[in-house]
Design a protein around this ligand. Sequence first.
Ligand code: PLP
Length: 391
Amino acid sequence: MNLDIEKLRAETPGISEGIHLLASGSALMPQPVIDAVINHTKLEARLGGYEAQAQMAGMLENVYDVVAAHLGSDRREIALTENATVAWCQAFYALPFKPGTRILTCEAEYAANYVAFLQRAKKDDLDIDVVPSDASGAVDLEALETMIDDRVGLIAMTWIPTNGGLVNPAAEVGRIAKKHNVTYLLDACQAVGQMPVDVGAIGCDFLSATGRKFLRGPRGSGFLYVARKWLETLEPVMIDHFAAPWVAKDKYQLRDDARRFETWENSYALRAGLGAAVEYAAALGLAAIQNRVWKLASTCRDMLKQLPGAKIRDIGAQQCAIVSFTIDGLEPRETVAVLRQQGIAIGASDPSSTRLDAEARKLPVVMRVAPHYYNTEHDLEQFIQAVRRLL
Ligand SMILES: Cc1ncc(COP(=O)(O)O)c(C=O)c1O
């Protein structure tokens, strides 16, 4: 399906404020998402929070169906969370590991996940083993397979890192995990909303994601997919009386769905916004979105290469909609601040966000541009001209 870019831009009020090129940070919300959040908030103001929830119960329940359909899962396998990190941590910290268990991860792993590995390694006497990258920069599948032994309890990987263009082979990793019967936790934070996601094809046990990035949802929204087989056995590391009703004086009973990873109190306005965002993306088609955003990113790389002193810092055989680069003589954070004053939003990414990859490649702070489908080549030209003026 071809995207009607003019219509999509008209449905994005933020477009009139400037040029936003940071979908990998927090993208511009479309009008239906804004309406969903504001309408629910207004209803809460009019009726009261509990009453608004009761009135909109059908719509709020439907968010689980919408997210499940987006991932090709069952609604019972979805927990709604406040961000991707909470979703990821809920799964990771719940997994029981014997001392000496090995966790396999990738060089592009995100900081939030890696510090959690470090904490559990210290507390539970686990080993963290990093699978090397292949020549393209993606996780080396052969190395991954040879590293698996009886002590490996988890493969935890980032599909698309926070910067660097890379798309890790998530489904191939899933096939290896399945073959060796190893649990597989996938960080899909930067992938959802940017490309099709099918948990069946990936073969992961858990998948975490956020609402605000390529999905164009509100900040403070995210979700966790928990494969059905875990719903009978996995005990969350913390529970409340929603996750596990108090059924007798000395007894609680865990819910039989992924909502055992939720708590009683939530932002229903943000959930309404998340549901609207996922519906919006689904109506456009994720393949069409991927096609558009990857093309814009590729054009952006070509334009940047024309600038003196510009270095594209991306890796991977196929490169996604996140473009990382440096330009000799331009300090990334200052450049981001100056461009922001001119109404152009890009980002800067610190080596500590992806320390293993950054150290291996001796990366400095890099600048990050992530166009969404509502951006145009003209936006990219304006951005390049603004940078050229700084040189
Ligand atoms: C690869 C990756 N994983 C996880 C996260 C964390 O997402 P959240 O801020 O929604 O918790 C990010 C955020 O930038 C990310 O880039």
